[in-house]
Design a protein around this ligand. Structure first.
Ligand code: 1HE
Length: 268
């Protein structure tokens, strides 16, 4: 794809967040391997800007980390310099950046390997699909560092594994391995070591072929509907469903199935 990228993308690359576009898939890489991709303010800003300015034509994104680990979480060297007020604002900046992923223009697949810890786990949980390889491990060392999650983890993580498990992880420093992580719901896919990125790219390429309104409904509407009281949720569902099925693309896809030209669902 040859097109002018937004100037913020080049700035993000300078801060350690690189974007490449493969067909309809944006590949976003954390590039700070010497510090295990620990998230300093520059990386957080870079993530926010990249996901806010994905090029036109992108239908899905993959996020992954360079080196031996996905992400070591918050850059602890920056923490020492913040007072309480600055800490609140810092956390709010993480919320904006991670919401740019969770509620951005396209579904995001996270490819996880090595450490997926602290703010790195919060980042992973902002994605819509997580693919881990056998080297992945999950922890919330905030508890033992005397701090708390600040990147939306207290909202997102209990939705995946429950309040009790998150509490235990933070109180005891418990580390889950890759197999546990898949069983508990951190990752929806588990691949052999070294296999997460290829699988994530394949899934993203497939996701990018969905009708855009379906992807929009899944990333923007579903998480909100799931949080609503049932009667509000049913109404919102009916509205989204009505809009999606009225789109010409939906009609064409249904027609293709009825004409025997679209694949059937195969037994798993
Ligand atoms: C770091 C960080 C970091 C590594 N901030 N510098 N997160 C944590 O508490 C996790 C802390 N990190 C670790 O437990 C380990 O580094 C890892 C398990 C991730 C990787 O271990 P390893 O043996 O591969 O690497 P390393 O030798 O520990 O680290 C390499 C370098 O990265 C080293 O610096 P160097 O200058 O001595 O080479 C480390 O100091 C540096 N490094 N992790 C700063 N996190 C929005 S609130 C979120 C709150 C949190 O995320 S708290 C949890 C923070």
């Amino acid at each position: 794809m040859t097109q002018e990228l937004h100037p913020a993308i080049a700035r993000a690359a300078g801060m350690g967040v690189a974007l490449q576009v493969h067909g309809a898939v944006a590949v976003v890489q954390l590039r700070r391997p010497a510090k295990r991709n620990a998230l300093n303010d520059g990386l957080i800003e870079g993530l926010r800007d990249v996901f806010a300015h994905l090029p036109a034509g992108v239908g899905a994104a993959v996020i992954h980390g360079e080196g031996e680990h996905f992400c070591a979480g918050l850059d602890l060297s920056e923490l020492q310099e913040r007072d309480a007020g600055e800490g609140v604002l810092h956390s709010r900046r993480w919320h904006v950046a991670l919401d740019a992923i969770a509620y951005g223009p396209v579904p995001v697949v996270a490819a996880l390997h090595g450490a997926v810890v602290g703010g790195g786990l919060e980042l992973a949980c902002a994605a819509h699909v997580r693919v881990a390889d056998a080297s992945a491990f999950y922890a919330l060392p905030e508890g033992t560092r005397g701090i708390f999650v600040g990147g939306g983890g207290s909202v997102r993580i209990p939705k995946l594994i429950g309040v009790a498990r998150m509490t235990d992880m933070m109180l005891t420093g418990r580390v889950y391995n890759a197999a546990d992580g898949e069983r508990l719901g951190f990752a929806q896919y588990l691949e052999p070591a070294g296999g997460a990125l290829d699988k994530a790219l394949a899934l993203a390429a497939k996701i990018a072929t969905n009708a855009p309104l379906t992807n929009f409904a899944l990333t923007q509407a579903l998480p909100r509907i799931a949080e609503q009281p049932a009667d509000h949720g049913y109404l919102m569902e009916a509205l989204v469903s009505g809009v999606a099925q009225a789109a010409p693309e939906a009609k064409a896809r249904v027609q293709a199935f009825l004409a025997g030209k679209a694949p059937k669902v195969k037994k798993a």
